[in-house]
Design a protein around this ligand. Structure first.
Ligand code: PMP
Length: 385
């Protein structure tokens, strides 16, 4: 059987054994954390232990963590919750500032908010050619605000891995009397780790990017910031997100959060991959390479090799990578992230993303390089013929 080389951990990471064990335990025990009998108390124990781990991952206090169904819901809760909460407190948000490289869950939620609240402006914050949010531009844009702004800047970009100057952003935003949402879904606890120190108002996480299960995430909120609940019903999550908790998923999230604090093994592998790329393809372009990036992510383009065909060719060799472009309903559209960095559309069509994880090996990396080399030789032979 073809060995499987999974190099797409930014899409979803492999489930860590610790997470699976924690989930199994909860699934077998089955109890509702709101019940007072012993099964309920056991479930509550698992839930709160996970909350402590997730809080610890980002340097927050457990009660600041609100579990959600994932990063998308956490971003939606932060944005809607902040806007509605601020309005209810008599200090309505005047504008939503979004970095040009945010995830669609931020863009689309913000667009829906602006559509329903005509008083709220949407402002795009540009990034530099390296894919870093432009602090000068943000500072100038913030000068224009008369009412508090809610600013969304992700901790690290999902496509390029480029790390954002979150602490500087927060200082600017707080200086202008605004609030900041930091989508840390891809930062997986490696950076912007200290929620308390950075002063982030809203921080979002997703379990499946760090070796936990899909469908579980968290919003971490600073004390005293506005937050109107979006799902009401029971008093779960301190009345901030109703509904019986996904205890098994959350237990897996907690175990993954604990495990990922101890490992950061991807850097050497990513460097080995990029070294091999440059040797084989001297004309390769690595996006964001001159600025700090997540240690596990490489987004690159080999001129003449279209991303779509490369993904298919590599997959036939058992190597799974993704394109730098968002694929929706079967159509590959140019990546808005590369576009915002000023990458020409033609080059963006060649963008591939290799993202490593806790179980990646040098053999995986070598297999990816060998498969790319094979594909390139085939293309060259076709051109020559
Ligand atoms: N934000 C970022 C930066 C992401 O990469 C993703 C997942 N692709 C999300 C949010 C959404 O997370 P989830 O899949 O848990 O809804």
């Amino acid at each position: 059987m073809l060995p499987v080389r999974y190099l797409d951990h930014n899409a979803t990471s492999a489930l860590r054994p610790e997470a699976r064990a924690a989930m199994d335990h909860v699934l077998i025990a089955h109890g509702n954390p709101s019940s007072i009998h012993r099964a309920g108390r056991a479930a509550r124990g698992a839930l709160e232990a996970a909350r402590t781990e997730v809080a610890g991952l980002v340097g927050a206090r457990p009660e600041q963590v609100i579990f959600t169904s994932g990063g998308t819901e956490a971003n939606a809760l932060a944005l809607w919750g902040a806007v509605q909460g601020a309005a209810a407190a008599g200090a309505p948000v005047g504008a939503l500032y979004l970095s040009a490289i945010e995830h669609d869950s931020v863009f689309r939620t913000a667009a829906a908010i602006a559509q329903r609240n005509t008083g709220i402006r949407l402002v795009s914050v540009p990034v530099t050619q390296d894919g870093v949010v432009d602090l000068d531009a943000l500072g100038e844009l913030l000068n224009e605000v008369s009412r508090p702004a809610l600013v969304a800047v992700m901790a690290a970009n999902n496509e390029t891995g480029v790390i954002q100057p979150v602490t500087d952003v927060i200082a600017l935003v707080h200086g202008a009397g605004g609030f900041c949402l930091v989508d840390a879904v891809q930062a997986r606890g490696r950076i912007a780790a200290d929620f308390a120190v950075s002063g982030t108002d809203y921080l979002t996480l997703s379990a499946h990017k760090l070796g936990g299960p899909q469908g579980t995430g968290a919003l971490v909120v600073r004390d005293g910031v506005p937050l109107a609940p979006q799902i009401t019903g029971g008093s779960q999550e301190r009345n901030r997100r109703a509904g019986t908790e996904n205890v098994a998923g959350i237990a897996g999230f907690g175990a993954a959060a604990k495990a990922c604090r101890q490992d950061d093994s991807s850097a050497a592998l990513r460097d080995a991959f990029e070294f091999g790329l440059r040797q084989r393809f001297p004309d390769v372009i690595i996006f964001g390479e001159s600025t700090p990036r997540l240690a596990n992510t490489s987004n690159f383009a080999i001129p003449g090799i279209a991303a779509e065909s490369a993904i298919i060719a590599l997959d036939l060799d058992g190597v799974m990578v993704s394109s730098g472009a968002a694929c929706s309903s079967g159509k590959v559209k140019p990546s808005h992230v590369l576009q915002a960095m000023g990458v020409p559309a033609e080059l963006a069509r060649s963008a591939l993303r290799v993202s490593l994880g806790w179980n990646s090996t040098l053999t995986d990396v070598e297999a990816a390089l060998a498969s790319l080399e094979k594909l390139s030789a085939r293309i060259r032979a076709r051109m020559a013929a």
